[in-house]
Design a protein around this ligand. Structure first.
Ligand code: A2R
Ligand code: GDD
Length: 318
């Protein structure tokens, strides 16, 4: 089987490439000429993946890549993925995420109409959630609170519409927060882990900068999430949407406490106003019943293991 992973240089893309390679897939990936290749260096060096220069915002570029690799499956991960950037660059976020996906769907429709296409949504689509609505199923109303959330609603519904209108084999997922080694340093788990690793090594003063510690998020390990993506694409129902989550809503404060325990550090905690959002999603706690029931996925890595691995990852790098 041949799989094309857009955004293979990113956090999830690199883990998904490893998982598909372990299942004997031929793996192709999209890269931009300026893309950092750190996450996939090891795969590039041993020749196990093939890369195509592609900007998803350019329909010509996307069509050429799809034509060159003729994939059986497309995992469309490439996106502007950082929620705060969606306030400073909303037009860019909507353009990359919605127009970019339109280019993927159009290229698939013309070149590989039988391919299975994974549309990557997000729990940010749910946005404003009331505590009595938790755990949220896929039927939860979509009330996005950021331009990023709106862009993911756009991707999600565009995928649904292409299934309805053209019969494309689209499978949609809404992953809740996921983390683990290689997590980008701006996201909360890596931001805290990296700061603590720098303090541990004496590079920084014992002060950690934080944003909103009251929000609750539902975390899974990225290595479990990529297995869910593979299973959803291969065993999921065409046109359907699946939540991917642990079912546990954790206050961000509790993940900070866990990292402090893992690192054994005593540090001063400083609120950084620049880390606060115009409207943060306050609670995300999902139900993974549908994906468990229909494709047999369940998470296997504990949050404690994930956070230890992430902290170790940063200790080796700072
Ligand atoms: O920044 P780059 O050149 O390394 O590529 C990033 C890619 N990307 C693009 N690729 C082609 N054309 C574009 N215009 C374009 N813009 C961004 O998307 C990188 O390979 C990937 C994003 O990686 P991360 O920021 O690490 O995101 P992560 O956590 O892997 O998220 C994967 C998916 C996204 O759709 C998120 O919205 C969703 O999971 O949560
Ligand atoms: N980034 C960051 N940095 N977030 C902080 C910080 C900090 O210093 N302090 C507290 N937070 C809070 C944020 O306000 C938010 O409530 C929570 O930690 C998680 O923030 P992020 O790690 O930036 O992730 P996210 O939830 O906004 O988005 C991630 O998960 C989505 C799935 O729900 C991204 O990976 C998205 O691409 C993904 O779709």
């Amino acid at each position: 089987m041949k799989a094309l992973i857009t955004g293979i240089t990113g956090f999830v893309g690199s883990h998904l490439a490893e998982h598909l390679l372990s299942l004997n897939y031929e793996v192709f990936g999209s890269v931009r000429w300026r893309s950092k290749r750190d996450n996939i260096d090891h795969l590039e060096k041993d020749g196990s993946i093939t890369l195509f220069e592609t900007d998803i915002k350019d329909p010509i570029s996307v069509r050429k890549t799809v034509t060159d690799c003729m994939p059986d499956e497309i995992y469309h991960l490439a996106a502007q993925s950082f929620v705060p950037t969606s306030w400073s660059a909303p037009a860019e976020t909507l353009d990359t995420n919605i127009q970019g996906q339109l280019n993927i769907l159009e290229a698939a429709r013309e070149v590989v109409p039988n391919a299975r296409i994974h549309v990557v949504g997000s729990s940010e689509e749910y946005g404003l959630v009331y505590p009595d609505e938790c755990p949220m199923t896929e039927n939860q109303p979509l009330r996005p609170l950021s331009p990023y959330g709106v862009s993911k609603v756009g991707q999600d519904l565009l995928g649904w519409q292409y299934f309805q209108s053209y019969g494309l084999n689209v499978i949609r997922t809404r992953a809740f927060n996921h983390t683990g080694p290689r997590r980008g340093e701006v996201f909360v788990t890596s931001s805290f882990s990296k700061q603590l690793a720098e303090i541990k090594k004496g590079i920084s003063e014992p002060v950690i900068k934080v944003g909103n510690l009251e929000a609750k998020r539902d975390f899974s390990d990225v290595r479990d999430v990529v297995k869910a993506y593979y299973l959803a694409v291969n065993k999921g129902e065409r046109g359907e949407v699946y939540n991917i989550c642990s079912g546990i809503g954790r206050p961000i404060q509790s993940l900070l406490d866990l990292l402090l325990e893992i690192s054994g550090l005593d540090v001063k905690i400083e609120r950084d106003p620049s880390r606060m959002r115009p409207s943060d999603v306050m609670v995300l706690e999902g139900s993974a019943e549908k994906i468990k029931r229909e494709v047999g996925w369940a998470p296997s890595i504990t949050f404690e293991e994930t956070m230890k691995d992430l902290y170790e990852f940063w200790l080796e790098r700072v």
